[in-house]
Design a protein around this ligand. Structure first.
Ligand code: NOJ
Length: 553
């Protein structure tokens, strides 16, 4: 077990590293491929830790790299204590954690407790033993409804399309019970009423904590407990992948007891190990329940990710986010992208890629000026857009294939990163012209890390500067609130105060430049705008869709 040996070079305002940490999500399949098989791997991540350190983040969250048939990009785990050979070995994970710690980077890994793979030994054995086997109590097996049990046990629809139930065949070849899978049929839901399930996951957490990880991102954290009796939904519709509706399989009160026990377990380990919930809830108050004292450390704020680019709406949402988390004494988290959603440079574009990129740059500076912890998704620091022209035959999102292409376009945000060079795979793999598991657009030569490094106008250098300023300026990240400023319609502005000084953040969300009085703004620290805003005659022109940080007096 290792612990970070180098404290991140960051001005600290409180002892809890995670309260204002910037955490970088690595999607391992698409980050860096060390062996040239077209798939990223742990050795690839390890070889790029220096890049992450230099970028200025505090920690990495690595999406699943466990043994998996990859029916859902690794979110179908067959062995929670082993690394899939595609990604390496547990020894590689150990070496990665050790190296990261030596660089002052913490490492968070995914835990996938709502479901496992249909190739998990528990599920295979439960199938083999047939209806009535006590091992089936670890899952949700039920007889079907209607004559011959031919209808699913209830009306739930999988989030990836089609029924949330699949019928099994008994060992004697006759049609048997059905099992529940909120996601793909290859992802049977575990039954968290089972003591064996609860014990197993506590043991899995310990396995990775003993190896030295600094925490966990909990997949579908709101899904573990289902309403008693698995009642019908009453409507026959496919909910969005990560819907926020009130349904009998999400956000049930019973999940909190599980997280209280996990918190106790995390506290047994030295060095502030943390857990962050992926919990899509109807309201921020419901999200806050996951981070009450004695529960998890953080929960993703998906309302921010989904918020339109509009000053008034953003202000309302940010204020509500801060208030909701403050009420339970937890930090807010902020995130703009992840491996499940359209990259924000494209989401914000509304048909105009240049506008999308301007807004993406501005949104990054807004996010990094807010109190709390920020999650970055690999490639956003390069301004990568969503890839929309991936041929159907290479797409791997299970929802795509289960919905005839109507859903499941998540491969578009998972295209392997461009690191260097002028031709694919752009340094993603070791061999020029070598494979990448998804095709990379030709335009990505200009977006590579190499191409952007040293160009002060690049998105990469903007992120580097922003993270550098954030590390050295405690007015950013720390605290629980902001002081709102009313400067002009369409301009979101707030002030952050700390012992080390004050900072003002201005965000022009309009498509036009806005002139404001410059008094009180102070010196410009950083701006997403090109050219940078200048003050003249006491006035400042804020460029369209831009954010600026000012060192206030
Ligand atoms: C949420 C994960 O982020 C997503 O990628 C996955 O498909 C589902 N949970 C199911 O595990």
């Amino acid at each position: 077990m290792t612990a970070p040996t180098t404290a991140p070079a960051r001005a600290r305002t409180h002892p809890d590293w995670w309260q204002d940490a910037v955490i970088y999500q690595v999607y391992p399949r698409s980050f860096a491929d060390s062996d040239g098989d077209g798939c990223g791997d742990l050795a690839g991540i390890r070889s790029r830790l220096g890049y992450l350190r230099e970028l200025g983040v505090d920690a990495l969250w690595i999406s699943p790299f466990y043994t998996s048939p990859q029916a859902d990009g690794g979110y179908d785990v067959a062995d929670y204590r082993a690394v899939d050979p595609v990604y390496g070995t547990v020894g590689d994970a150990d070496a990665l954690i050790t190296d990261a710690h030596a660089l002052g980077l913490r490492v968070i890994v995914d835990v996938v407790p709502n479901h496992c793979s249909d190739q998990h030994p528990w599920f295979l054995q439960a199938l083999r033993e047939g209806s009535g086997s006590p091992l089936r109590a670890r899952f949700h097996f039920r007889p079907g409804r209607g004559p011959g049990g031919e209808e699913p046990p209830n009306d739930w629809i999988s989030l990836f399309g089609g029924p949330a139930w699949t019928r099994t065949t008994d060992p004697d070849g006759t049609p048997g019970e059905w099992y529940l899978h909120l996601f793909a049929p290859q992802q049977p839901d575990l039954n968290w009423d089972s003591t064996a399930v609860r014990d197993e996951f506590r043991s899995i957490l310990r396995f990775w904590l003993d190896l030295g990880v600094d925490g966990f991102r909990i997949d579908v954290a709101h899904g573990l407990v289902k309403a008693p009796g698995l009642p019908d939904l009453g409507r026959h519709e496919q909910l969005g992948l990560l819907g926020e509706q009130l349904v009998p399989y999400f956000d049930q009160d019973g999940v909190h007891e599980i997280y209280r026990s996990w918190r106790t377990l995390l506290e047994e380990y030295p060095g502030q190990r943390i857990a962050v919930a992926e919990a899509w809830t109807k309201t921020l108050d419901r999200t806050a329940r996951y981070v009450r004292p004695g529960e998890l450390h953080q929960a993703f704020n998906f309302k921010f990710l989904n918020a339109p680019w509009d000053a008034d709406g953003l202000r309302e949402l940010i204020a509500l986010s801060l208030a909701s988390m403050h009420a339970v004494d937890a930090p807010t988290t902020w995130t703009l992208s992840n491996h499940d959603v359209i990259r924000h440079a494209s989401r914000y574009a509304e048909g105009d890629p240049a506008r999308g990129l301007r807004r993406a740059r501005a949104a990054a500076l807004l996010m990094l000026a807010l109190p709390g912890s920020a999650y970055l998704y690999q490639g956003e620091e390069l301004g990568l857009p969503e890839v929309t022209d991936i041929p159907d035959e290479v797409r791997q999102d299970p929802a795509f294939h289960r919905s005839d292409g109507g859903h499941g376009l998540r491969d578009g945000c998972r295209v392997p990163l461009p690191w260097s060079g002028t031709g694919a795979p752009y340094g993603f793999g070791p061999v020029p012209g070598g494979p990448a598991w998804l095709p990379q657009p030709a335009e990505w030569a200009e977006l590579s890390v190499e191409a952007q490094t040293g160009d002060p106008r690049s998105v990469l250098e903007l992120y580097r500067s922003a993270l550098h300023v954030r590390r050295s300026n405690p007015a950013l990240g720390a605290g629980r609130s902001v002081e709102w400023l009313d400067l002009a319609p369409g301009v979101l502005a707030f002030r952050r105060d700390s012992e080390a000084g004050a900072l003002v953040c201005t965000v022009n969300t309009t498509g036009e430049p806005v002139r404001i009085a410059g008094g009180g703004l102070g010196a410009l620290l950083l701006s997403s705008a090109e050219p940078q805003p200048a003050q003249s005659s006491g006035q400042v022109l804020l460029a369209a869709d831009s954010t600026s940080w000012w060192q206030a007096g």
